[in-house]
Design a binder for this molecule. Structure first.
Ligand code: ADP
Ligand code: ZN
Length: 607
């Protein structure tokens, strides 16, 4: 195995790289500036942490949030990596300890706030400190176009000149072109290697449901995840308090979080969530920044968020460990109205951009495109036209038409009859047998497909055409949205494909749709695990974390615990095989976990 591979295995217990991780790490080794764009959970931290161990000197990481810095440093130390941070919360003595470590050249990674990083005295200090490379984390903070603009980030530009021989590496999860260009320019990166990962989060299962009775629906969703960590988002503070009170009264371990609460209360509730003394946080959008918790197993939206960007970001907090997580959005038309009035009240000039984004969000809720596809395409990334296996549309959770194939073929025949000369509206008119002039004038009422769907209303037919387009059976081209058949459309025409069509207008056909598509993805080769052993191990983890004063996920991620609950390692050698068990963690925690597994197996009387 190569150097980086060894480092990954020894210090993190991982056997392979996530997409683009190796390439990103190589940039640091090659001393080439880089911009790495990976989604939340894409494993950005390892992209600079692993190479920091492979080279001489100390890597310096600029990070905007104290809580994230603390989590990362804690996680590194738990893995036996020499890391430290310098921030405003530290007292003089703590600072001296870090200073000494820097002088002794024993640190491999140093985390610094942007405010500190731009102080001339500190820059001079670092110039003599044998820095290996510089990292700017959450680099979108440099851009006005990003969602968390931070003025101090703009001053980071001087670093490129202050450290001319040291490479700089920027990381972000914000994918827009505008932000990317801004980062490169503002940081003055020189001919950077730009690595952009896929923004699909295959382990998240997206669902959208009409909201009928919020409390009952939320309860059902939570009950599907007993003991798991989850977040429920609401639009208004009052909704948060109301829902949280009801959940607590019904015996759930839930706590509220919103901007109207005292800072201390918010902090306490967030910590209770991180430390797993509470399962559920009911929150407004205020909750999320600085949440590094990797094992959030579900995110419920009690109402529609105001933009797809928000939705993406909020659901992105689920399943950062790569294990499956549920993201369910409960919406009603009232949400649209509520946001609209909020936007119109708050934004001078009517908030056109905000209203467009709101409209896009409503469209996302309504449409029947694969949710994974809709989300990544919204952010400009292509997605293959095949069932994802992890959304309500592809899983067939939505009430679908039993005769979708037949309807689909009728529509395709009209498109073929019109020989690629018409758009959706005209095609709809033809199919519903309209005798409007433009049809009769062209004698299109003599085409075989004329009136094939005349028992349906035009709105439905028009909608089905859009559904066929979004499912990749039809293509639209040019200014007039001329319809054409795709390869997939030809397969449907032969009867080899089954589209998914629903009708929001007419009575729905309730039929249990076939489970289609791939099984849950990203489970990789994790075998079935013993859920009661998993719960036992969670207790051990929680106790250990409390003892060390770190969040449980820093001791071990859920993935490692599941792997243990699957393989049931009874000795050190077997324990080291578990994914996410580094040498250091094996030494530090191995005996306790092995003891718990041994006791469990003996009690259960099985190996
Ligand atoms: P990001 O900062 O991009 O949101 P993180 O760096 O927090 O992502 O990583 C997300 C999760 O994936 C963490 O739990 C991390 O330990 C895990 N991870 C990172 N790299 C790997 C890998 N090569 N194999 C398995 N898990 C990994
Ligand atoms: Zn899908």
């Amino acid at each position: 195995m190569d150097r980086l591979g060894n480092i990954l295995k020894e210090n993190w217990g991982y056997d392979r790289f996530l997409p683009l991780q190796r390439e990103a790490m190589q940039c640091a080794l090659d001393k080439r500036d880089s911009l790495v764009v990976l989604p939340t959970g894409g494993g950005k931290s390892l992209c600079f942490q692993a190479p920091a161990l492979a080279v001489e000197g100390m890597a310096v990481i600029v990070s905007p949030l104290l809580s994230l810095m603390k989590d990362q440093v804690d996680a590194l130390i738990t893995n036996g990596v020499a890391a430290a941070k310098i921030d405003s919360t530290m007292n003089a003595r703590e600072r001296v300890v870090v200073h000494q470590a820097i002088q002794e050249r024993s640190l491999k990674l140093l985390y610094v706030s942007p405010e500190r990083m731009v102080q001339p005295a500190f820059i001079q200090y670092l110039q003599k400190a044998h820095v290996s490379f510089l990292v700017v984390d959450e680099a979108h903070c440099i851009s006005h176009w990003g969602h968390d603009f931070r003025p101090e980030y703009r001053l980071l530009k001087q670093l490129r000149e202050a450290f001319p021989d040291i490479s700089m590496h920027a990381f972000t999860a914000t994918a827009t072109e505008l932000v990317r260009t801004d980062i490169i320019q503002e940081l003055g990166l020189s001919t950077p290697s730009v690595l952009i990962g896929s923004f699909d989060r295959p382990n998240l299962r997206y669902r959208v449901q009409k909201r009928a009775d919020l409390f009952t629906q939320v309860r059902e969703l939570i009950d599907a995840h007993p003991g798991d960590s989850g977040v429920v988002y609401c639009i208004r503070r009052a909704d948060v308090d109301d829902l949280c009170t009801k959940l607590t009264a019904a015996g759930y371990k839930a706590l509220p979080y919103h901007a109207g609460m005292e800072e201390a209360d918010r902090k306490r509730n967030q910590e209770a969530f991180t430390n797993e003394t509470t399962d559920i946080i009911v929150a407004t959008v205020a909750f999320g920044m600085g949440i590094d918790k990797s094992n959030v197993r579900y995110v419920i939206h009690g109402a529609m968020p105001k933009s797809v960007e928000h939705y993406q970001q909020e659901t992105g907090r689920a399943g950062r460990d790569g294990l499956e997580a549920d993201c369910t959005l409960l919406y009603s038309y009232a949400d649209f109205q509520l946001w609209k009035s909020i936007i119109e009240k708050n934004e001078a000039g009517g908030g056109d951009v905000a209203l467009d984004k709101l409209q896009d969000m409503a469209r996302y809720c309504d449409q029947l495109t694969c949710r994974h596809k809709a989300l990544v395409e919204y952010f400009g990334e292509p997605f293959p036209a095949r069932p994802c296996g992890a959304c309500d549309v592809c899983l067939g959770d939505i009430d679908t038409l039993a005769d979708a194939q037949q309807i689909g073929r009728c529509i395709l025949s009209a498109v073929l009859d019109l020989e690629g000369m018409a758009g959706p509206t005209y095609t709809t008119a033809l199919l519903t047998g309209s005798r409007e002039e433009r049809i009769t004038a062209k004698k299109h009422d003599r085409l075989p497909s004329f009136g094939l769907l005349d028992t349906h209303d035009a709105r439905s037919v028009r909608d089905w055409i859009e559904q066929l387009v979004s499912q990749g059976y039809l293509s639209k081209s040019g200014e007039y949205n001329i319809l054409g058949l795709t390869a997939r459309g030809l397969a449907l025409n032969r009867g080899d494909e089954m589209p998914i069509l629903t009708d929001r207008g007419r009575e729905r056909v309730r039929k249990p749709a076939p489970r289609r598509g791939a099984p849950r993805r990203n489970e990789e080769d994790l075998g079935p695990f013993d859920p009661s052993l998993f719960q036992v191990l969670r207790q051990v983890r929680r106790a250990k974390a409390a003892e060390l004063g770190v969040p449980p996920f820093i001791v071990f991620g859920d993935r490692a615990l599941r792997d243990m609950a699957c393989c049931k390692p009874l000795d050190r050698a077997a324990f080291l095989q578990v994914r996410g068990v580094s040498d250091h963690k094996c030494d530090a925690f191995g005996s306790e976990f092995i003891a718990a597994i041994t006791a469990y197996c003996e009690e259960a009387g099985r190996p």
